[in-house]
Design a binder for this molecule. Structure first.
Ligand code: DGT
Ligand code: CA
Ligand code: CA
Ligand code: ZN
Length: 585
């Protein structure tokens, strides 16, 4: 995490939002009033999403900050203070009580703000290293409500955290990339900006962003890039390349400006992966050629054999063009040579979304709002899958509510006024012993049962395997939701015998979900390939908790593509009629 003081422009929306959010976090550690904390958080979200700079509004005597939704008088005052001097009173006060490094501790799974406050009071712990030492010395267990189990859990979480440090969710990288492209297209219309690197490969986390800009005027492009209101510290700027930290999370962005003549070579090179590129260069060398970011060359000849397009380059190496999602050096080059690359599924082939929540449990939209948003995306059908009663915190459905919901959906479909087919579904908890949270009568009344693990994730592998196998045995279960339970950058997959479970899914015709929620992107590509090899079919679903989450489908499709899937492998690329036939009978 960036320390709370930093040398970026002081009054951008990003910076204001960051200061508000940080202060809210610190207030949470201090266990202050939840209402104030929420108002800071809401304001941070409103400001970050605002198309106008707060500083501009403040500078305009005809305008008022309080006209913006989510900004009241108190927050407006705070924003004024930030624009004026780069901080505000409440923040200064919090920073005299806790160092900014305490914020980093919030990223360790298993430690809430309350515990962090306690650790600070007793041991003055404010860094991950100190926390680790404390756990190793067995000192956490001396505090109220903490024990050896928690120490072990925190140590595991620290390990996960360190592995992910400096990486960002794909969705965040995607958002930053889109907004920089929009910015560049406004300020330098005569250019074309392409995404490369791990974002182009749809990797679930991204280290830094690589953008390539085709332009006759590289200096202008780079000048305008670093002038974007979202750009903070500029790390480097040369004749053809600039690097800067961008946005609230300060992701590094590398921008390279280049002529169109070598775009293909640059795209190929900077899209990676490194391993794929190494293999490709070896192939070039074996054919007495050399490959770099400027083109494919014959020895001693400075005119490239291929450079303008990726197709040219792959073609000159005797290969079919390889989709970026496959470029991980895991068999794609051999397939491209033999002409056996899969015809990867595309976003436009998705005909429905079979996992989403509404206000009935922990979602934010109504059935109608979700249905209309899905219809606007061109879908034929959706399944509403609210939680079941074991998730009491999420107000999960019991049998009675589930039955009533099934009847409601029947009626909605009969009336047909939504213009999209709705399946009555549930995301039913798989209980500790593998039983379903709802009885068979309720499950039988519903069209689509997704079974998911939300509890006791620390079970030993054999136990978890049996638990999942038992769930798959339940004849009403149509799919397994977020099958490994991972939370990116926070929590690892739970342990079980994946192959055994995949084999059972194939045999019982239970689909495995590829959960498109950006924090999950669960399943991992290699597991998708493994499951497909066992004969498993998949569903790609967003697990939306708000109508706008439905557009996360693209990330799920990215994962499916990384797993080499074709449309036919995925049930919700099929028409409603076919879907019914393909689902477990
Ligand atoms: P990331 O940023 O960690 O999520 O992953 P990438 O794949 O975006 O890696 P990055 O940003 O270091 O480099 C972008 C691409 O540029 C990388 O996928 C391949 C290429 N590249 C960068 N440095 C090297 C290098 O030293 N050797 C080779 N062969 N390729 C490189
Ligand atoms: Ca990168
Ligand atoms: Ca890079
Ligand atoms: Zn779930």
């Amino acid at each position: 995490m960036q320390p709370a003081t930093c040398n970026m422009q002081m009054s951008t929306n990003q910076r204001i939002a960051q200061l508000l959010a940080e202060t809210a976090d610190l207030m949470e550690i201090a266990q202050e009033d939840g209402f104030r904390i929420r108002s800071y958080r809401n304001a941070a979200a409103a400001i970050e999403g605002s198309p106008e700079q707060m500083a501009d509004i403040l500078a305009d005597p005809r305008r008022k900050l309080t006209d913006i939704k989510g900004i009241g008088k108190g927050i407006a005052f705070v924003i004024g203070e930030i624009v004026e001097r780069g901080s505000f009173e409440r923040r200064d006060e919090m920073l005299t009580r806790y160092p900014p490094t305490a914020l980093e501790l919030l990223k360790i799974q298993g430690l809430g703000p309350k515990s962090i406050g306690l650790l600070w009071e007793h041991y003055r712990v404010s860094t991950v290293d100190q926390l680790e030492a404390l756990c190793r010395e067995g000192k956490l267990r001396e505090l109220p409500r903490m024990g050896q189990k928690l120490e072990e859990k925190v140590l595991r979480s620290i390990e996960t955290y360190r592995r992910g440090a400096g990486r960002f969710l794909l969705s965040h990288a995607d958002e930053v990339a889109q907004s920089l492209r929009d910015w560049l297209s406004q300020v330098v219309p005569a250019q074309r900006c392409h995404i490369a690197g791990s974002l182009r490969r749809s990797k679930e986390t991204v280290g830094d962003l690589d953008l390539l800009v085709e332009s006759e005027n590289p200096l202008l492009v780079l000048d305008r890039f670093v002038a974007s209101p979202e750009v903070g510290e500029v790390l480097a700027k040369g004749a053809n390349k600039a690097s800067a930290l961008v946005g609230r999370q300060q992701i590094q962005v590398d921008v390279r400006a280049l002529p169109s003549a070598s775009l293909g070579a640059a795209l190929q090179y900077f899209s990676g992966s490194k391993e794929h590129n190494v293999a490709l260069r070896t192939r070039a060398v074996n054919r007495k050629l050399s490959l770099n970011e400027y083109g494919l060359f014959r020895e001693g000849d400075s005119t490239p054999v291929a450079a303008a397009t990726e197709e040219d380059i792959y073609g000159a190496l005797g290969l079919a063009w390889i989709a970026p999602e496959l470029r991980e050096h895991s068999g794609e080059i051999e397939s491209a040579e033999q002409g056996t690359l899969p015809t990867l599924v595309e976003l436009s082939q998705m005909r429905g979304d079979l996992h989403m929540h509404t206000r009935e449990s922990d979602g934010r939209g109504t059935l109608e709002e979700m249905a209309l948003a899905a219809k606007a995306l061109g879908y034929e059908y959706i399944a509403i899958t609210d939680h079941s009663k074991a998730l009491a915190m999420a107000n999960g459905l019991d049998e009675q509510r589930a039955l009533a919901f099934a009847r409601l959906v029947e009626q909605v479909n009969r009336e047909g006024h939504l213009g999209i087919r709705v399946l009555s579904g549930i995301e039913c908890d798989i209980l500790r012993d593998g039983r379903m949270d709802l009885d068979d009568e309720a499950l039988a009344a519903l069209d689509f049962v997704v079974a998911s693990v939300h509890s006791y994730m620390n079970q030993e592998s054999g136990e978890m395997t049996q638990r999942l196998l038992r769930a798959i045995d339940n004849p009403h279960v149509k799919a397994i939701g977020h099958p490994t339970g991972r939370i990116l950058l926070h929590r690892d997959a739970y342990a079980y015998q994946f192959e055994e479970v995949a084999t059972a899914c194939a045999a019982k015709r239970v689909a495995m979900e590829i959960n498109a929620s950006p924090e999950r992107l669960d399943l991992h590509a290699s597991l998708i390939r493994g499951a497909k090899a066992k004969g498993v079919r998949f569903v790609v679903d967003t697990d939306a908790h708000h109508p706008r989450h439905l557009t996360n489908m693209k990330f799920g499709v990215g994962m499916a593509r990384r797993g080499w899937l074709e449309a036919a492998d995925i049930l919700n690329t099929q028409s409603y009629e076919n879907l019914r036939k393909l689902l477990r009978p």
